[in-house]
Design a protein around this ligand. Structure first.
Ligand code: SF4
Length: 80
């Protein structure tokens, strides 16, 4: 297992958005607007990995139509 070096202060997670996959549907922003926003290119970016409870963030990742969001915790992959 690869050690996770950069995790957020509260949730202790790292969230990655695959910009190649993201189609800008905005579902993640609707689910967790304090965590995800769309940038100038209409792609999702993480504005605050501690902006919602981990379960809500995982739900947002699960709802992404193209599975562009991955969530990693200190113990390894949480989603997908
Ligand atoms: S839900 Fe997925 S495809 Fe839609 S904006 Fe978020 S990351 Fe992009």
């Amino acid at each position: 297992m690869t050690p996770v070096t950069e995790v957020s202060g509260t949730n202790r997670i790292r969230i990655d958005v695959d910009r190649e996959l993201c189609i800008g549907s905005g579902d993640c922003v609707d689910s967790a607007p304090d965590v995800f926003q769309l940038d100038d290119e209409g792609k999702a970016v993480v504005v605050d990995p501690d902006g919602a409870p981990v379960d809500d963030i995982v739900d947002a990742a699960r709802n992404c139509p193209v599975t562009a969001i991955s969530v990693t915790g200190e113990e390894g992959e949480i989603y997908p």
